[in-house]
Each structure stands twice: as C-alpha cells, then as structure tokens.
Write a new protein. Structure first.
Length: 531
C-alpha cells in the first residue's frame, strides 16, 4: 500500500511538471506627462498603450500585454514578485471617460458625463494591479492577455499612486485547448507576426505548435472567385507560382457544392478551415465584389451594431480569417457578437479582397499589381501623407496624425496637412497623391463616396480616376465612416472600391465598412487603431 501511494504521488507530480509552467517578466514605469483639459487632468504614462475608459469614471492609462504561451495552455494565475510604490506629489482631478461616438456625428450634442458619486470614493481605482484576459489562438500559436495597472487613483483625495516597478510570475497550465499542427512553411510564416505581437518573442521556437508532416506540397494561396471570372485570374495564379507560392483558383460554385454550412459564407469559411488544416493554406484572395444584393463573393454580415438608435450589420471578411469556433456560439444566426459568441479576432491566415465585378476590373488590378511589384518608383516608397479635417468641436483632429508622425522612421518624408474646416482645400489630397506618396492616412468625416472637409470632399470617389501615379501607387487608410462599404448596393461604388479599381490610384485600401469611432477629448478607437 505504501509503495502504491508513493507511485500515485510520483505520477501526479510528473503530470504537474508536464502541464504547468511559468514566465517571469518585469516592467518599469517612470515618465509621466500631464496636461489640462477643461480644468481636468489628462495623464499619459510611458510604457502604457491603453486607457481604462469606464464612462463617467476617471481615465487611467494601463499596459495591455500579449504574451506567448504553449499552444494548448491558458494563464492560470499571476504572482506579484516585486512592487515599488510611491505617491505622486500634488492633487489631480482626472478627466472622466466619455461615450465613444460615430465620427459622422460631428454636429450632434453629446452630454458631458461624470459619475460624481464615484469621484467621492476613497478606494484606489482600479482596485487590482493586474487582470487576466482570456487567451486567443493566432494561427496555432496561443496568445495570453494581461492588463497591468501601474497607476492608481484615489478620487476623494485627488491622489495618484504609481507602481513604478512591477515584477510578476505568469503561471500557465497546458492541456486546455486542442493543438493545431502546422506545416513548416506555415509555422515559419506565421511566426513572423508573433515578433511584433508578444512581449516574449524569444519564446517563439519553444512555444510553437508542432509540425504536421505531409508528402503533399502546400497549397499556399487560393484565389476564390466566380466561375465566369476564372480565366481572368490565371495570369495572377501563374505569376504567384513563379514567385514560389503554389496558387490555386477555386470557385464559389465549387465550394457551394462540396462543403457544408447554413449559407454560402459559412461554406466558404469551412472550405478555408479545411485547407488551412490539411493543405497548408496561408493566403486567400477573395476575387469579387461583395454587393449585398448580388455578390460575386459574399461577405459575412457581423453584429449587429446599434448606434444612436440605428442598428446595422458590419461587412466583415475577418470572418474568413479568424477560423476559431463558429462565430455564432449561441446559434442565433447573428455572428461575431463579442458578448455572446466566442470570437478572439486573431487572424489565422491572410485574407484580402479585390472588389472586382468583371474581367476589365481584374485585368486592371493585375496590371497595377505587376507595376507596383516589378517596376515601382523608388523615390516615393518612404513618403507618408497625413491630411486631417475637423472632427468634433473643441477637438484636436491632428492627434492621430501627430502620433503616426512620431512613430514613423526618421528617414521617412512626412507631410501633414491641417485642413480644419477650410472647404477651399478640397483638391489638396488628390493633388498631393499625384506628387507620389506611398501611404495616405485620411482623418475626416465620411460616407460611402468620400471623406469630408465640412460640406466638401477631402477625397472623393470621383477623384480616384484623376490620379496619375502609374508607378507610384498608394495605400490609403481612412478613419471616416462608411467609405469601405464594399457590400453596398449604392451606385457608383464606394470610395474604397473606386480607388482600387481606378488605373492609377490605390494598390491597397483600409477603410471602414461602417462606422469610425471617436472619443473626445482623446483619440477614439479608430484613431488608436491607426496611430
């Protein structure tokens, strides 16, 4: 009996060794910037990249951490190993967080919100030093989430407490998730993203998912389109193969006949999942417009999102890239509801869409792509255009452009344009793009057709055909509402489609299919995403 008990203890100890581990990390926080906004204090803390923004309560900076853990693991607990704490001299009345608002609602009055009862409390806010966030799966790699709160506030006393040094032990347990096996080329490619996503890139090799060994070569790239457009995509497929990426063309009709699902978007997603797990898939090009009424390649309508009494769904191709779970965990046929469905929003493969409608569009895009890759103008590749127009009353609309400029490499040429409400500057963006800028970031209000300066366009879909950059095609990003609505039945097409289908305008666009969001007086969600 004694021998048996010893054996059981040994087995339990051995299992624990296999399925548990830890990572130790240390963080320092010292440099604090203060500014006054309407008699309130606004604080930025170096090393913190996010803010606690509970509406009506004080805005507090915190550090959002992504940490790589073993592919089947979950963070189980955190131990604080060291803390250095000090009270900052002075009294502070921190600005209360306000409601996010659509950027298009610049003329709507939003009430100023402050939780006055909370500002009379004597407890530290936030109460904790850290918070564990559920992990996510990114291409077979498991990323854990942690919020670190180095700055605390005592509202009643107007006091700030800084934890200038925080050393933690992050404990994790394995065996919590099924492991996804990758081919070597998949693992090598997806590991590159991890270098910029996590705080422990030194652990990438140690925590990589296991390899899937196959005698069959990878299908690296799939072009998904309509049967009638296949022949137009063959030159792109053949060129991809010459570059070393094995590309195949599949049709929506073939997917519809060969895969199960409640509708065509779910069948397409199941097809992509199958190729990701069994064929080594890495890239998918959705080769067709997503018009809601008559799509060539349909999108997934996610949400819904209710803003100012209006409920809208969001055209969301991320549905085809984030391959975990079903996006409809509660089976109500509403997809990507963050409070009800299991969605981690990490893309597992690379997805792009060209909103082409015919062979002329396809030929034009392929010609543009070949010019961009084979014979680029080398003088414009490190040039950045940052125009910004009025957003909200009393608001610094240049904030995100300033942030992007500060993050830009020192050898880049950056041109900022403060357009304010000056309608006379209507053609400034169009004309500047013709002076060759590789990246363009638009800050303005918007709709399907354009971004706007006051009542005039900052950049309009009608301008895209006037661009003359044969070998200096740009990539355009915009925080405006609606210009990326490629699923809209509005004719002519939205700004994003027009820019991509014009012969000498954009080679890539990143624009909102629905709302962009601001959050005065700070940068809003759309601005933070870009800057």
């Amino acid at each position: 009996m004694k021998v048996k008990n010893i054996l059981i203890i040994f087995i339990l100890f051995f299992v624990n060794l296999i399925f548990a581990g830890h990572i130790i990390k240390e963080f320092s926080f010292e440099k604090i910037d203060f500014k006054k906004i309407d008699n309130y204090d606004w604080i930025n803390l170096e090393g913190c990249d996010a803010h606690l923004e509970e509406v009506g309560k004080p805005i507090i900076p915190f550090k959002n951490i992504n940490i790589l853990i073993p592919p089947s693991a979950e963070i189980s607990s955190i131990e604080i190993l060291e803390l250095e704490k000090k009270e900052l001299p002075g009294n502070y009345y921190l600005y209360p967080a306000q409601m996010p608002r659509p950027i298009s609602e610049y003329d709507k009055e939003y009430p100023f919100i402050i939780d006055r009862e909370f500002y009379e409390t004597k407890e530290e806010y936030p109460k904790e030093i850290y918070k564990i966030i559920s992990s996510g799966n990114k291409s077979g790699f498991r990323i854990g989430g942690i919020f670190i709160f180095p700055l605390h506030y005592i509202p009643k006393e107007r006091k700030l407490i800084l934890y200038s040094k925080i050393k933690i032990k992050i404990n994790y347990e394995e065996g919590k998730y099924d492991i996804i096996r990758l081919t070597k080329s998949q693992r090598d490619l997806f590991a590159q993203d991890l270098k910029y996503l996590v705080i422990n890139p030194e652990d990438i090799d140690r925590f990589s998912p296991p390899l899937r060994i196959s005698d069959n070569p990878d299908i690296d790239y799939v072009i998904l389109t309509d049967t009638n457009l296949v022949s137009a995509f063959i030159p792109l497929r053949n060129w991809l193969r010459k570059t070393g990426l094995w590309a195949e063309i599949r049709t929506t009709q073939w997917v519809n006949n060969n895969y199960s699902g409640r509708d065509l978007p779910e069948k397409i997603r199941n097809f992509i999942k199958n190729y990701f797990h069994t064929q080594g898939l890495k890239y998918v090009l959705l080769g067709g417009d997503g018009d809601y009424n008559n799509p060539i390649v349909p999108t997934r309508q996610a949400g819904p999102l209710t803003v100012s009494g209006y409920t809208r769904f969001i055209a969301c191709d991320l549905y085809y890239a984030d391959l975990d779970w079903s996006w409809d965990g509660n089976n109500d046929n509403l997809f990507g509801q963050l409070k009800f469905d299991t969605v981690d929003l990490y893309h597992d493969i690379y997805i792009g869409r060209i909103p082409v409608e015919n062979t002329n569009h396809i030929n034009n895009f392929i010609n543009k792509l070949f010019r961009y890759l084979k014979t680029p103008d080398t003088t414009y590749q490190k040039k950045l255009l940052l125009p910004a127009a009025f957003l909200f009353s009393g608001y610094n609309h240049m904030q995100s452009q300033d942030s992007i400029e500060n993050l830009s490499p020192s050898d880049w040429i950056v041109r900022k344009i403060d357009q304010g409400t000056n309608d006379a500057r209507t053609y400034e963006v169009r004309d500047s793009i013709n002076q060759k800028f590789h990246f363009v970031h638009l800050v303005a209000h918007g709709n399907y057709a354009a971004s706007w300066i006051s009542s005039q366009p900052q950049y309009h879909r009608n301008y895209t055909g006037q661009q003359t950059n044969t070998n200096a095609l740009c990539i355009i990003n915009a925080i405006s509402c609606m210009p990326g609505a490629f699923d809209s039945a509005v004719s002519p097409s939205c700004l994003a489609e027009s820019a991509l289908n014009a012969p000498n305008a954009a080679i890539g666009v990143i624009m909102n299919t629905r709302f962009g969001f601001g959050q005065p007086p700070a940068m809003g969600p759309s601005e933070r995403l870009d800057g």
